[in-house]
Structure formats: structure tokens, C-alpha cells
Design a protein around this ligand. Sequence first.
Ligand SMILES: [Zn+2]
Length: 86
Amino acid sequence: MTTYIQLAPCPFCGQPNDAQTATEADSNPPHAGALAMCWGCRCIGVFEDGPDGLEIRKPTPAELEEIAQNEHVQRIVQAMGMNVVL
Ligand SMILES: [Zn+2]
């Protein structure tokens, strides 16, 4: 299911993102702390609450470690050719 959000630029390439598509049918809509994958540069960011709605920021080193250890996320990263920028 695709959820439309306020325009949120990718923190890596600047592409304006205005939608999020869940990777599982029962996934929650985008929320602070959820991963955001940019279709422009295929980098992984993290949603956070901003003054006007959801924004996307670069993952922290701790979040990158979680991403690297999460088998579900790694399968998606490999299947979609996504980038995890350290
Ligand atoms: Zn991007």
C-alpha cells in the first residue's frame, strides 16, 4: 500500500519524495523511526517527525548497525539493489 506524505527531500541526493510504499501488506504507514528507501539514489534514510510532518534523515551509526544485522531489511536491500551508505 502506498501512503502519500509531505514532500521530503532525500538526505543523500535531494530527490523530493512524496510517497512511501510498504514492503509488506500489513506494514504500518510511515512513522518516525521507519526506514525510507529513496528511488532516486537507492539509499536508505530514516523517517523522523518534522515541524510540518515526516522528514527523512541519514541513519545514525547505531541505526546502520541495526540495518546491517536485520535479515529482513538485508533481503529487501539485496532484492531491490538498494545502497546502505556508511
Ligand atoms: Zn536519494
